[in-house]
Design a protein around this ligand. Sequence first.
Ligand SMILES: O=C(COP(=O)(O)O)N(O)CCCCO
Ligand code: NA
Ligand SMILES: [Zn+2]
Length: 305
Amino acid sequence: MLVTGNDILVPARAGHYGVGSFNTNNMEITQAIIHTAERLRSPVMVQMSEGAIKYGGQDLANIVIDLARRATVPVALHLDHGSSYESALKAIKMGFTSVMIDASHHGFEDNVKETKRVVEAAHAMGISVESELGRLGGIEEHIVVDEKDAFLTDPEEAVQFIEQTGTDYLAIAIGTSHGAFKGKGRPYIDHARIEKIASLTSIPLVAHGSSGVPQEIVERFRAAGGQIGDAAGIADEDLQRATQFGIAKVNVDTDLRLASTVGIREALMANPKEFDPRKIFGPARDVMSQVIEHKMRVLGSVGKA
Ligand SMILES: O=C(COP(=O)(O)O)N(O)CCCCO
Ligand code: NA
Ligand SMILES: [Zn+2]
């Protein structure tokens, strides 16, 4: 069933488990996400970035909404990294049940102002809101935040921000970053900071940049002709620990990008004569399902629906 982000995340925070919020850009990714959630009896969030909306538009949103409506587990459709009030409202008009307004690149006051505006409008329409305080490293889609500007979320500021905006859930910067290169080897996750913020707040917390970049997938990517440098993601045990202490929504995009590309490359390498798209995109769906299953088990959301 199609539900709001709060319907999924409030129980997750209370139950000390995480729920994956997976980015989609086409039908096969959407099927892998929702069918795996149904098979494992797991709630799930499907998210589209502004780039995905540009790429697939209402066509893609309708695929998600229809699969979500027919799903036997709770599914929310979430706008990832909404960059403006207009973008958030447009997504709600498209049928999204959860929207992020990411004004984390502004100063505190402007972030509060921008976020508050979206919260008021979204709540008037029964839609949940995610906002962000603090800056991840890596590339935040439309913003390049290099190491020195990347700053982690201040716990006291988080309390103020939540009170002043009414945000339903809050993305915090705790050491993760977007993309396949999250740090030399194992990225540093500031667990003390997560636990401090969680002890001062009661709303679901969000971890961006939470792909694990499994080495097995990276090796298969290279073996099938892919080129990638020293890729590293968040360790399973770091993610497990974070979900025990307040992280309820966990964003995953890179793992699906790598998994789908592995499926496609392996299919084409195995049979150069193949040109049936079902034989090329089908394997992508299968590899993504395996990666999604692993993530749901790590987060503890299996059987929670
Ligand atoms: O936080 C994330 C996903 O992070 P990750 O790159 O670790 O999958 N997202 O918000 C997805 C969009 C960012 C570009 O990938
Ligand atoms: Na998001
Ligand atoms: Zn993100």
